[in-house]
Design a protein around this ligand. Structure first.
Ligand SMILES: [Zn+2]
Length: 81
């Protein structure tokens, strides 16, 4: 499910109680929500990160990849000399 642009996955489902424990899809993030009969009754929508925006995530990944590649290249040059 989605909440304010953040996506949550069902960490634990209690079918007999119609209860679901949701966790932020970012594993390091501690935000959670509990739903009962599809209604939120407990919520901690405090995230340690920005809401995931697909295009933003991709460009960030590409940037860090480029940085990593540059660092590797620089290292290789340093090792050569
Ligand atoms: Zn989060």
């Amino acid at each position: 499910m989605r909440l304010n642009g953040f996506s949550f996955y069902p960490e634990k489902v209690f079918p007999e109680k119609n209860k679901v424990r949701w966790r932020c899809t970012r594993r390091t993030c501690r935000a959670y929500a509990h739903t009962l009969h599809d209604r939120i009754f407990a919520l901690s929508n405090v995230h340690t990160h920005e809401p995931p925006v697909v295009s933003q995530c991709l460009s960030t990944n590409q940037r860090s990849f480029t940085h990593a590649a540059l660092a590797t290249q620089a290292k290789a040059i340093l090792n050569d000399s």
